[in-house]
Design a protein around this ligand. Sequence first.
Ligand code: ASP
Length: 288
Amino acid sequence: MLLIVHGGAGDQRPTRKALKILSTSLEHGFALLESGGTALNAVVATLTLLEDSGIFNAGTGGNLQLDGIRRLDASLMEGHELSTGAVIGAEGIKNPIQLARLIMALPNTTMTHVGAEKIAKAHNLDPLLPPDRTALEKLEKIKKGRGKAVQAFKRYFSTVGAVALDREGHLAAGASTGGIAAMLPGRVGDTPIIGAGVYAEDGQGAVSCTGRGEDIIRFSLAKEICMNLASMSPAVASRRALKRLVKAGGAAGVIVLNRQGIFSIMHSTRFMAAGYADRKGISIQEEV
Ligand code: ASP
């Protein structure tokens, strides 16, 4: 059994608070695995906690788009039946990862906000409060100097993701984000795109990515790494994929777990907030 979590990759050192919350989320998610919970449920529980923390770029802390609206993306995949669930641009939903879980149970795989929000309401998912003054002021500042927005994007992404291996040997991967800072309304990154932001297949492995979504999509990064696990270790598969991405101008961080429980946490950026939990305990690292 193993659970890996990340809180984004970038050129800025993650705060202590961020690392502490990652640790708490690992504790919570791993306890679920230990009590016989599925990899999928552990990923959802871990990411829900991070969405609720308000300090990551997901759920309550998600970035605002340029028009001042928080449109959130999330996706999930489990490796046993290859079921997937994804939501794009959810407005007013506190936990997009739970919405992705609900969508996974439907015959559909991906919903945009129009239908997704109806599903959320029908299942009484908690609503997301409107952005507070601090969030709106931050957006105004970014708008005044677009150059700074690009810089903020380079500094630290802070999207969240998790991968897990449960007692039965099943794998799952998930991710949740508010996209990149002050992005154009309607822009969609890799996070809700299965194969780009996440991928899981029991015979292979589970992968969750973070970074500049445009490049991650181009490379179908999560699926590329996952398929290469048939013949490569997680470290070799991650390094190879990141090398190709960086060559094309991309920047990313990945958490990769194979079916034997061997894993890698790798990033092309300076920092990545990440950690893992296994039977021996919890390990958190800000630079891996
Ligand atoms: N990959 C996300 C996106 O492009 C951002 C991130 O990972 O922080 O929307």
